[in-house]
Design a protein around this ligand. Structure first.
Ligand code: KE4
Length: 429
């Protein structure tokens, strides 16, 4: 696989951009290669600057559920450009997208648009603290909610001890009110909420975790969070930045039948443009400025071009049968990976929720971050490199998910399975 131009560009990028990338995971450090530079994309393919074509399962980390350059999305963007790009004033498009999201996710009675998932979760936590008058928050090890200081705590920094900064530059005081507990550990959250529940402003959780690889909630975990927060007057925040409109049109909350107090969204609702959002109970959201005292703002929030892309995307994915078809394709892929690994005798754990899937090189169940870290990370790196060589573009980290889009068809899914079988045989040793 020719990579001349990618290497040239990466060298150039390293001079002017930290790590040569604008988001760390893109540097591919954990899989031991330099990143390929993408020139363009279409449907389920991305094409690098050296002309190599890849079947894309990153989908820009989730937004591209329709595949790249869907005609309706491109049309909507070019149409709105006739009106302008940004006004810094309210537009009808913001109401249209807000009403579509609220119709899809009933727990969101009101919604505020922002520009990223990080902004959404950061604002949701400020809102929960402002609404409850409490400072302490609970998150879970292995869940990632963006890079706001209060959420960058060292995973597993002890069940009872409060947060230890997960990054230089985050003052201890900024995470002093953050507790990070093991995901899917019902006993621990019950114990901690029993002891400290009255001090907890909110619990924030990925209802299906996609940032430690894919880890689904065990039976009762999400219900327990709902019951405990109701009992203690804390708020439950579902971070659906990744799962929202991904695992179902109504998000993970519609799959598990849980109504959180606040939900955060991003990725798909921007259709590939920068959009995040947070929303929830009206009595909570009414605390947000200028209606209420909790401040949050953004120059490009509700940007008309981004709104148009989001509206066009939701119009397509709300079509009857969209998710059934996506489910079938995703099941074909994960079942294929599982059966080929079995035939070849390599131990993998493959899980899927809707069109979001994950693969670990372990024969054991993966229920939390500790389990995920025990999988064979070296083998994952070799798998990643082998798949890239065969034209399959995966997330360059064991601790990410893969995404199937409506643009993936059986021919390319079967090609992916064949490539995986070759790589499994190669890395099995
Ligand atoms: P952004 O600020 O990156 O838009 O969203 C942060 C965020 C919040 N919540 C969840 C559940 C998320 O998955 C994310 C971001 N996801 C990562 C992929 N695991 C973005 C990729 C990246 O960091 O480059």
């Amino acid at each position: 696989m020719k990579q001349t131009d990618s290497k040239k560009l990466f060298k150039q990028a390293l001079n002017v951009i930290p790590g040569g990338v604008n988001s760390p995971v893109r540097a591919c450090r954990s899989v031991g290669i330099d990143p390929v530079f993408i020139d363009h994309a279409f449907g389920c393919f991305v094409y690098d600057v050296d002309g190599n074509r890849y079947i894309d399962y990153v989908g820009s980390w989730g937004p591209m559920i329709l595949g790249h350059r869907h005609p309706q999305v491109i049309k909507a963007i070019s149409t709105v450009l006739e009106r302008g790009t940004s006004f810094g004033a309210p537009t009808d498009l913001e109401i249209e997208l807000a009403e579509m999201v609220i119709a899809a996710i009933p727990s969101m009675e009101m919604i505020r648009m922002v520009n990223s998932g990080t902004e959404a979760t950061m604002s949701a936590i400020r809102l929960a603290r402002g609404f409850t008058g409490r400072d302490r928050i609970i998150k879970f090890d292995g869940c990632y909610h963006g890079h706001a200081d209060t959420l960058l705590v060292q995973a597993g920094s002890g069940v009872a001890t409060l947060g230890i900064p997960g990054s230089p530059g985050v003052p201890e005081s900024f995470v002093a009110h953050t507790l990070s507990l093991p995901y899917n550990d019902i006993e621990t959250i019950q114990k901690v909420m029993g002891e400290q529940g009255e001090k907890i402003a909110c619990i924030i959780v990925e209802p299906v975790a996609g940032n430690m690889g894919l880890v689904a909630p065990v039976d009762g975990f999400l219900n327990t969070l709902r019951e405990l927060t109701e009992k203690t007057g804390s708020l439950l925040i579902f971070d659906e930045v990744m799962t929202g409109f991904r695992v179902a049109y109504g998000g993970a909350q519609s799959l598990y039948g849980i109504s959180p107090d606040i939900s955060t969204l991003g990725k798909i609702i921007g259709g590939g443009l920068p959009v995040g959002a947070y929303g929830g109970r009206r009595d909570v959201m009414e605390h947000i400025a200028p209606q209420g005292p909790v401040y949050q703002a953004g120059t490009l929030s509700g940007n008309p071009v981004a709104m148009a892309a989001g509206i066009a995307t939701l119009k397509e994915i709300r079509q009857p049968g969209f998710y059934d078809a996506l489910d079938e394709k995703s099941e074909r892929l994960t079942a294929g990976l599982r059966s080929r690994a079995e035939q070849i005798g390599i131990e993998i754990t493959v899980d899927r929720v809707g069109s979001m899937a994950g693969l670990f090189f372990t024969g054991s169940e993966v229920k939390n971050f500790e389990d995920a870290k025990k999988s064979d990370l070296e083998m994952f790196s070799a798998y990643y490199r082998g798949m890239l060589q065969r034209g399959i573009y995966l997330a360059p980290s064991q601790f990410e998910a893969l995404f199937v889009s409506s643009a993936h068809n059986n021919e390319y899914i079967d090609q992916t399975i064949r490539a995986a079988a070759e790589v499994f045989a190669e890395i099995k040793g």
